[in-house]
Design a binder for this molecule. Structure first.
Ligand code: C5P
Length: 229
Protein backbone atom coordinates (compact mmCIF):
# COMPACT_ATOMS: atom_id res chain seq x y z
CA UNK A 1 0.00 0.00 0.00
CA UNK A 2 1.34 3.44 -0.96
CA UNK A 3 2.52 5.53 2.00
CA UNK A 4 1.28 9.08 1.86
CA UNK A 5 2.24 12.43 3.40
CA UNK A 6 -0.47 14.03 5.54
CA UNK A 7 -0.18 17.72 6.46
CA UNK A 8 -2.28 18.95 9.38
CA UNK A 9 -2.41 22.70 9.91
CA UNK A 10 -4.71 24.82 12.00
CA UNK A 11 -5.22 27.33 14.76
CA UNK A 12 -3.65 27.02 18.21
CA UNK A 13 -5.00 24.27 20.47
CA UNK A 14 -7.29 22.71 17.90
CA UNK A 15 -6.01 19.27 18.93
CA UNK A 16 -3.70 18.87 15.93
CA UNK A 17 -1.11 16.84 17.77
CA UNK A 18 -3.70 14.59 19.46
CA UNK A 19 -5.34 13.59 16.19
CA UNK A 20 -1.97 13.45 14.40
CA UNK A 21 -0.68 10.95 17.00
CA UNK A 22 -3.80 8.80 16.80
CA UNK A 23 -3.85 8.86 13.01
CA UNK A 24 -0.15 8.05 12.71
CA UNK A 25 -0.52 5.10 15.11
CA UNK A 26 -3.56 3.87 13.20
CA UNK A 27 -1.70 4.01 9.87
CA UNK A 28 1.64 2.97 11.34
CA UNK A 29 3.16 6.24 10.09
CA UNK A 30 5.76 8.60 11.56
CA UNK A 31 4.39 11.64 13.40
CA UNK A 32 6.37 14.89 13.61
CA UNK A 33 5.20 17.88 15.64
CA UNK A 34 6.72 20.85 13.77
CA UNK A 35 5.75 23.37 16.48
CA UNK A 36 8.11 21.67 18.91
CA UNK A 37 11.07 22.99 16.88
CA UNK A 38 9.95 26.60 17.24
CA UNK A 39 9.23 25.92 20.90
CA UNK A 40 12.68 24.36 21.44
CA UNK A 41 14.41 27.41 19.93
CA UNK A 42 12.23 29.64 22.12
CA UNK A 43 13.21 27.63 25.20
CA UNK A 44 16.86 28.06 24.19
CA UNK A 45 16.41 31.82 23.70
CA UNK A 46 14.86 32.11 27.17
CA UNK A 47 17.73 30.09 28.71
CA UNK A 48 20.29 32.33 26.98
CA UNK A 49 18.45 35.44 28.28
CA UNK A 50 17.64 36.66 24.78
CA UNK A 51 14.13 37.72 25.75
CA UNK A 52 12.90 40.46 25.23
CA UNK A 53 13.55 40.04 21.53
CA UNK A 54 15.37 43.28 20.86
CA UNK A 55 17.12 43.70 17.51
CA UNK A 56 20.41 42.83 19.21
CA UNK A 57 18.96 39.70 20.82
CA UNK A 58 17.41 38.58 17.52
CA UNK A 59 20.79 38.94 15.81
CA UNK A 60 22.47 36.98 18.61
CA UNK A 61 19.87 34.22 18.31
CA UNK A 62 20.34 34.06 14.53
CA UNK A 63 24.11 33.86 14.98
CA UNK A 64 23.60 30.96 17.43
CA UNK A 65 21.55 28.96 14.92
CA UNK A 66 24.57 27.19 13.46
CA UNK A 67 25.36 25.89 16.97
CA UNK A 68 21.81 24.77 17.63
CA UNK A 69 21.45 21.16 16.67
CA UNK A 70 17.81 20.12 16.52
CA UNK A 71 16.72 16.59 15.91
CA UNK A 72 13.92 14.15 16.61
CA UNK A 73 14.61 10.78 18.19
CA UNK A 74 12.18 7.96 18.74
CA UNK A 75 11.02 7.52 22.34
CA UNK A 76 10.64 3.78 22.78
CA UNK A 77 8.15 4.05 25.62
CA UNK A 78 5.71 6.32 23.76
CA UNK A 79 6.52 5.21 20.21
CA UNK A 80 6.64 8.88 19.15
CA UNK A 81 9.50 11.21 18.31
CA UNK A 82 10.89 13.49 21.04
CA UNK A 83 12.66 16.72 20.20
CA UNK A 84 16.33 17.18 21.15
CA UNK A 85 18.27 20.42 21.19
CA UNK A 86 22.03 19.89 21.36
CA UNK A 87 21.44 16.34 22.59
CA UNK A 88 19.06 17.36 25.40
CA UNK A 89 15.53 15.98 25.34
CA UNK A 90 13.25 19.02 25.67
CA UNK A 91 9.95 17.27 25.09
CA UNK A 92 8.58 17.87 28.62
CA UNK A 93 9.72 21.49 28.83
CA UNK A 94 7.98 23.14 25.91
CA UNK A 95 4.36 23.62 26.92
CA UNK A 96 4.89 26.29 29.60
CA UNK A 97 3.04 29.58 29.18
CA UNK A 98 6.42 31.33 29.13
CA UNK A 99 7.42 29.42 25.99
CA UNK A 100 3.92 29.82 24.49
CA UNK A 101 4.00 33.57 25.07
CA UNK A 102 7.21 34.07 23.07
CA UNK A 103 7.12 31.31 20.45
CA UNK A 104 5.17 33.21 17.77
CA UNK A 105 7.66 36.11 17.88
CA UNK A 106 10.51 33.66 17.39
CA UNK A 107 8.61 31.83 14.64
CA UNK A 108 8.22 34.96 12.55
CA UNK A 109 11.99 35.42 12.13
CA UNK A 110 12.71 34.33 8.52
CA UNK A 111 16.21 32.96 9.26
CA UNK A 112 14.76 30.74 11.96
CA UNK A 113 11.97 29.49 9.71
CA UNK A 114 14.48 28.66 6.97
CA UNK A 115 16.61 26.65 9.40
CA UNK A 116 13.62 24.75 10.77
CA UNK A 117 11.83 24.10 7.47
CA UNK A 118 14.96 22.47 6.06
CA UNK A 119 14.94 19.90 8.88
CA UNK A 120 11.18 19.36 8.51
CA UNK A 121 11.46 18.72 4.76
CA UNK A 122 14.09 16.05 5.41
CA UNK A 123 11.37 13.80 6.84
CA UNK A 124 9.60 13.40 3.51
CA UNK A 125 11.81 10.62 2.22
CA UNK A 126 10.85 8.42 5.18
CA UNK A 127 7.40 7.85 3.61
CA UNK A 128 4.27 7.43 5.67
CA UNK A 129 4.34 10.74 7.45
CA UNK A 130 1.94 12.89 9.46
CA UNK A 131 3.24 16.37 10.30
CA UNK A 132 1.30 19.09 12.05
CA UNK A 133 1.91 22.84 12.30
CA UNK A 134 0.95 26.10 10.62
CA UNK A 135 2.65 26.01 7.21
CA UNK A 136 2.95 22.29 6.53
CA UNK A 137 0.47 22.16 3.65
CA UNK A 138 1.44 25.58 2.31
CA UNK A 139 5.25 25.66 2.59
CA UNK A 140 6.88 22.54 4.03
CA UNK A 141 4.96 19.98 1.93
CA UNK A 142 2.97 21.91 -0.69
CA UNK A 143 2.57 18.59 -2.55
CA UNK A 144 1.29 16.67 0.48
CA UNK A 145 -1.14 13.92 -0.54
CA UNK A 146 -3.69 15.00 2.04
CA UNK A 147 -4.03 18.42 3.67
CA UNK A 148 -6.23 18.93 6.69
CA UNK A 149 -6.96 22.23 8.40
CA UNK A 150 -8.34 22.14 11.94
CA UNK A 151 -10.42 24.80 13.56
CA UNK A 152 -12.69 25.07 16.65
CA UNK A 153 -14.36 27.83 18.63
CA UNK A 154 -12.10 30.00 20.80
CA UNK A 155 -13.70 28.82 24.05
CA UNK A 156 -13.46 25.15 23.17
CA UNK A 157 -9.78 25.54 22.28
CA UNK A 158 -8.91 27.48 25.44
CA UNK A 159 -10.78 25.02 27.65
CA UNK A 160 -9.02 22.04 26.03
CA UNK A 161 -5.58 23.57 26.49
CA UNK A 162 -6.42 24.67 30.05
CA UNK A 163 -7.57 21.15 31.04
CA UNK A 164 -4.53 19.57 29.40
CA UNK A 165 -2.08 21.82 31.26
CA UNK A 166 -3.89 21.52 34.60
CA UNK A 167 -3.78 17.72 34.21
CA UNK A 168 -0.04 17.94 33.62
CA UNK A 169 0.43 19.93 36.84
CA UNK A 170 0.94 23.45 35.45
CA UNK A 171 -0.30 26.37 37.56
CA UNK A 172 -2.16 28.51 35.09
CA UNK A 173 -5.37 30.44 34.76
CA UNK A 174 -7.96 30.17 32.02
CA UNK A 175 -7.78 33.81 30.95
CA UNK A 176 -4.03 33.67 30.30
CA UNK A 177 -4.49 30.56 28.17
CA UNK A 178 -7.36 32.14 26.25
CA UNK A 179 -5.35 35.31 25.57
CA UNK A 180 -2.31 33.31 24.53
CA UNK A 181 -4.09 31.27 21.88
CA UNK A 182 -5.87 34.31 20.45
CA UNK A 183 -2.69 36.37 20.25
CA UNK A 184 -0.69 33.49 18.72
CA UNK A 185 -3.34 32.96 16.03
CA UNK A 186 -3.25 36.65 15.20
CA UNK A 187 0.54 36.81 15.02
CA UNK A 188 0.80 33.50 13.11
CA UNK A 189 -1.81 34.63 10.55
CA UNK A 190 -0.37 38.09 10.01
CA UNK A 191 3.34 37.40 9.72
CA UNK A 192 5.01 38.01 6.36
CA UNK A 193 6.95 34.76 6.09
CA UNK A 194 4.78 31.63 5.75
CA UNK A 195 1.66 32.91 7.51
CA UNK A 196 -0.96 30.53 8.81
CA UNK A 197 -3.40 30.13 5.91
CA UNK A 198 -5.94 27.55 4.84
CA UNK A 199 -4.32 25.86 1.83
CA UNK A 200 -6.64 25.88 -1.21
CA UNK A 201 -6.75 22.11 -1.39
CA UNK A 202 -7.17 21.48 2.36
CA UNK A 203 -10.15 19.78 3.95
CA UNK A 204 -11.33 22.01 6.81
CA UNK A 205 -12.48 20.23 9.95
CA UNK A 206 -14.27 22.21 12.65
CA UNK A 207 -13.89 19.87 15.62
CA UNK A 208 -15.70 22.05 18.21
CA UNK A 209 -18.32 19.35 18.59
CA UNK A 210 -16.32 16.30 17.54
CA UNK A 211 -14.46 13.98 19.87
CA UNK A 212 -11.17 12.47 18.80
CA UNK A 213 -12.74 9.20 17.61
CA UNK A 214 -15.24 11.12 15.43
CA UNK A 215 -12.29 12.95 13.90
CA UNK A 216 -10.30 9.78 13.33
CA UNK A 217 -13.27 8.08 11.65
CA UNK A 218 -13.88 11.11 9.46
CA UNK A 219 -10.24 11.25 8.32
CA UNK A 220 -9.95 7.50 7.73
CA UNK A 221 -13.06 7.63 5.57
CA UNK A 222 -11.55 10.54 3.65
CA UNK A 223 -8.33 8.60 3.07
CA UNK A 224 -10.21 5.47 1.96
CA UNK A 225 -12.25 7.47 -0.54
CA UNK A 226 -9.37 9.53 -1.86
CA UNK A 227 -6.68 6.85 -2.10
CA UNK A 228 -8.69 3.64 -2.39
CA UNK A 229 -7.01 2.21 0.74
O1 C5P B 1 1.90 23.73 17.29
P1 C5P B 1 2.27 24.62 18.45
O2 C5P B 1 1.10 25.30 19.08
O3 C5P B 1 3.14 23.95 19.45
O4 C5P B 1 3.17 25.76 17.77
C1 C5P B 1 3.70 26.80 18.54
C2 C5P B 1 3.98 27.98 17.66
O5 C5P B 1 5.02 27.68 16.74
C3 C5P B 1 2.82 28.49 16.81
O6 C5P B 1 1.94 29.34 17.51
C4 C5P B 1 3.56 29.20 15.69
O7 C5P B 1 3.96 30.49 16.10
C5 C5P B 1 4.81 28.36 15.52
N1 C5P B 1 4.72 27.40 14.43
C6 C5P B 1 4.91 27.84 13.14
N2 C5P B 1 4.92 26.97 12.10
C7 C5P B 1 4.72 25.66 12.32
C8 C5P B 1 4.47 25.18 13.62
C9 C5P B 1 4.46 26.08 14.65
O8 C5P B 1 5.10 29.04 12.93
N3 C5P B 1 4.75 24.82 11.29
Amino acid sequence: MRKIVIAIDGYASTGKSSIAKLLSSHLNYIYVNSGSMYRAITFHAISKELIPLTKKNINTLISLLSDIQLDYRINNSTGFYDIYLNNTNLESKLKSLEVSNHVSSIAEIPQIRKHVVKIQKSFQHKGGLVMDGRDIGSVVFPNADLKLFLTASDDVRAKRRYDELINEGYEINYEDIFNNIISRDKKDSKRKDSPLIIPKDAVVIDNSKMNIIDQLNFIIKLIKTKFNF
